[in-house]
Design a protein around this ligand. Structure first.
Ligand SMILES: Cc1cn([C@H]2C[C@H](O)[C@@H](COP(=O)(O)OP(=O)(O)OP(=O)(O)O)O2)c(=O)[nH]c1=O
Length: 185
């Protein structure tokens, strides 16, 4: 029987996906400051951020098993996080239009003694997105709490040409690999 499980995330998608594995967890959003965190590659960045969020909560909850995650969109090495404005969202969507990009999600689990992490990456190819579609999409709420300014589980599904990897990595939690990692705690 696993110790108390804490999801160190305010993301409703992560809560929903973790619920496929177990509903026996609580949520504690970390106060980890992501600004200024750097890494040599986007994949290393998400692992570092997931670890930071996880350990910030783990230090206050000894004896619990804590799960922290981070997701970014990677366009040829350039990192897209959540858009800061309508213009920022439009810039991101123009860069994603008619091209392939990677989505990286870092996952970290710690019980305060042992800490394990991994990164899962999914390659996404979008059909060309018209300026009209970008205008309409960025006028909705959908892009603003999502890395890369889109939700694949939302209306961005209409732009999807090809996907190579785990769909749930795009939504912020590669749930099968995460379940396997959690089962070792
Ligand atoms: C690309 C993409 C991202 N996302 C979401 C997943 C993440 O919630 C979010 C990326 O932001 P994150 O900074 O990884 O996470 P968060 O701020 O939402 O939550 P927390 O730090 O508390 O864990 O983007 C989608 O839901 N669908 C998508 O297609």
């Amino acid at each position: 029987m696993m110790k108390n499980l804490i999801l160190a995330s305010g993301s409703p998608r992560r809560k929903e996906l973790l619920s496929l594995y177990t509903t026996d967890f609580t949520i504690c959003v970390s106060d980890f400051d992501e600004s200024g965190v750097t890494a040599p590659t986007p994949a290393q960045l998400v692992e570092k951020l997931a670890r930071g969020k996880c350990l910030a909560v783990a230090k206050d909850h000894p004896g619990a098993v804590v799960l922290g995650c981070d997701t970014v969109v990677d366009v040829g090495g350039e990192v897209f996080g959540k858009p800061h404005s309508v213009e920022d969202a439009k810039r991101m969507l123009r860069a994603l239009s008619g091209a392939a990009h990677e989505v990286h999600t870092g996952v970290c689990v710690s019980d305060g003694v042992r800490t394990e992490s991994f990164v899962d990456s999914c390659r996404v190819t979008f059909f060309p997105i018209s300026e009209g579609e970008i205008d309409a999409y960025t006028a909705t709420k959908e892009p603003y709490d999502k890395a890369g300014a889109y939700a694949i589980q939302g209306r961005a599904a209409l732009w999807l040409d090809r996907l190579e990897g785990d769909y749930y990595t795009i939504m912020g939690l590669p749930v099968s690999r995460t379940a396997r990692l959690l089962s070792r705690f």
